[in-house]
Design a protein around this ligand. Structure first.
Ligand code: HEM
Length: 486
């Protein structure tokens, strides 16, 4: 009997303790839990991870209609909150680094870019390094790069026959690496060391796998090759930098800009930093641009009315300027610009942008719902999904470059951060003008000098790539022509 009483008292004590604990927790955290975003349903533990690995865009397509524009996915102990659409993503793009930072989420780039640059340094240094990028990509520099882009395109396509069949994707990838080498890495690499350096960049590329995002230092062969390639590239660039310094010769390329760059305290960039910044530039700009030029071609060749508008524009410019193509003439190519921009709306190569949140913030959806995003969450937005929202872009899955023409300007009408292929705000792409100039230089040459026919089916998306691109070959039949100006 005494034992029963004791059991009863212990039971009561436990229940009372649980009740008090619940009450205290409700008092301590009264509202913070109330407006948390809805959570994506998934199996416990690895369910969230599986849904993410299975394809983040697929997950967004399934959950957006059910949960709305703000929701959280649990992956182990991490919470990723998605902000979909311009109404809820302004803070994502505008917040200061102390509120939403890139450093943690983009850490996996460090072994590729190398020590002392970009995500391996604190924000004040990184800001200065981005200033070096900005200076290297100013209009006066771009004007010089354009001449090199045009020469590279002319040389490359002069090797094609009068007619033939090619894999457009392969050809454009190849040309863009040559152009990027010339404008970014410098004449020495382009003229003498192209094959060696390309092979090393290939190893760097292959060393960035989906697993590298989670475990960048995992001792696997691909990572070992990446690390060796990074070391060899540092040696090659050290040699080039030294001989440029000794000869006193200056070139018009990004390498020279980085060599000449100085931090605010007067310190010049080190050889290792110059190498790291060049690798970062190539990673940011090479695949993104070659993928975009391939999509542009695939869409133009399968949409005759837009193709003939782009060809007519070239005819007009030929009439006006003759054969000359320079920075200012490329800047007049509005139809081509819109054709590229629309391909990029449908297929942004960077499908997911991430930040790590260090302070709580609140967002309001277009339906007027408010959600509190707690610090500690990873915050994500998706160009691939946001660029196809039907309340922003009319008939969003169709290719219609005219949606950007004066009078429609769908990307502007809806408000800032509606079109986010180049990100925007505080960390918007610094290479956007370079990318457009490069793709325009290539396509204006192709439109002026060749007729094309797409002979393989319209390409699919390669969702498995880190930089999402075109799956398989894009076969075209070409025939040389001279565009008549009459
Ligand atoms: C079609 C081509 C390109 C696309 C689609 C593209 C896309 C992007 C996007 C989406 C971001 C923002 C990332 C974020 O917010 O987390 C970004 C940033 C950046 N891009 Fe590009 N990019 C392209 C070409 C280039 C080129 C050619 C360069 C340089 C030569 C470049 C250099 C950069 C740099 C330095 C940043 C970081 C800016 C910052 O954080 O302040 N990009 N790019």
């Amino acid at each position: 009997m005494e034992v029963d009483n004791k059991m009863y008292s212990v039971g009561l004590l436990i229940v009372a303790t649980l009740l008090v604990a619940k009450l205290i927790s409700a008092l301590i955290m009264p509202r913070s839990n109330k407006r948390l975003p809805p959570v994506v349903p998934s199996w416990p533990l690895i369910g969230g991870l599986l849904r993410f690995i299975n394809g983040p865009i697929l997950m967004l397509r399934e959950e957006y209609p059910k949960l709305g524009s703000v929701f959280t996915l649990n992956i182990f102990h991490k919470k990723i909150t998605f902000l979909v659409g311009h109404e809820v993503s302004a803070h994502f793009f505008k917040a200061s680094e102390s509120d939403l930072s890139q450093q943690e989420v983009y850490q996996f780039n460090v072994p590729t870019f190398g020590p002392g640059v970009v995500f391996d340094v604190d924000y004040t240094v990184r800001q200065e390094q981005f200033r070096f990028f900005t200076e290297a990509l100013r209009v006066n520099k771009l004007k010089g790069y354009v001449d090199q882009m045009v020469t590279e395109a002319e040389d490359y396509f002069s090797k094609w026959g009068d007619s033939g069949e090619v894999d457009l994707k392969y050809e454009l990838e190849h040309l863009i690496i040559l152009t990027a080498s010339r404008c970014l890495l410098g004449r020495e690499v382009r003229d003498k060391l192209f094959d060696d350096v390309s092979a090393l960049f290939h190893d760097l590329d292959n060393g960035m796998l989906p697993i590298s995002v989670l475990l960048p230092y995992l001792p696997i062969p691909a990572h070992r090759r990446r690390d060796q390639a990074r070391k060899k590239l540092a040696q090659i660039f050290s040699h080039i930098i030294n001989s440029r310094k000794q000869s006193g010769k200056s070139e018009n390329d990004m390498l020279q800009c980085f060599i000449d760059s100085k931090y605010k305290d007067g310190r010049p960039t080190s050889e290792s930093e110059v190498t790291g910044l060049l690798i970062a530039a190539l990673f940011a700009g090479q695949h993104t641009s070659s993928i975009t030029s391939t999509w542009t071609g695939a869409y133009l060749l399968s949409h005759k009315q837009f193709l003939s508008a782009a060809v007519d524009e070239q005819r007009e410019l030929l009439k006006k300027h003759g054969n000359k193509v320079d920075h200012d003439i490329l800047s007049e190519m509005d139809v081509l610009y819109r054709s590229i921009k629309e391909a990029l709306r449908l297929h942004p190569p960077l499908i997911m942008l991430l930040r790590s949140s260090h302070s709580d913030f609140t967002v309001q959806t277009r339906e007027g719902k408010q959600y509190d995003i707690p610090k500690g969450h990873i915050v994500a937005t998706s160009p691939a999904f946001a660029n196809r929202l039907p309340h922003v872009f009319k008939d969003p899955d169709s290719y219609d470059p005219e949606r950007f023409a004066v009078g429609r300007e769908e990307d502007k009408v809806a408000g800032p951060f509606s079109y986010i292929s180049f990100g925007g705000g505080r960390h918007g792409c610094l290479g956007e003008p370079f990318a457009y100039l490069q793709i325009k230089a290539i396509w204006s040459h192709l439109l002026r000098n060749f007729e094309f026919e797409l002979i393989s089916p319209f390409p699919e998306i390669d969702w498995n790539a880190m930089v999402v691109g075109v799956k398989g070959k894009v076969m075209v039949r070409y025939k040389r022509r001279e565009l008549s100006v009459n």
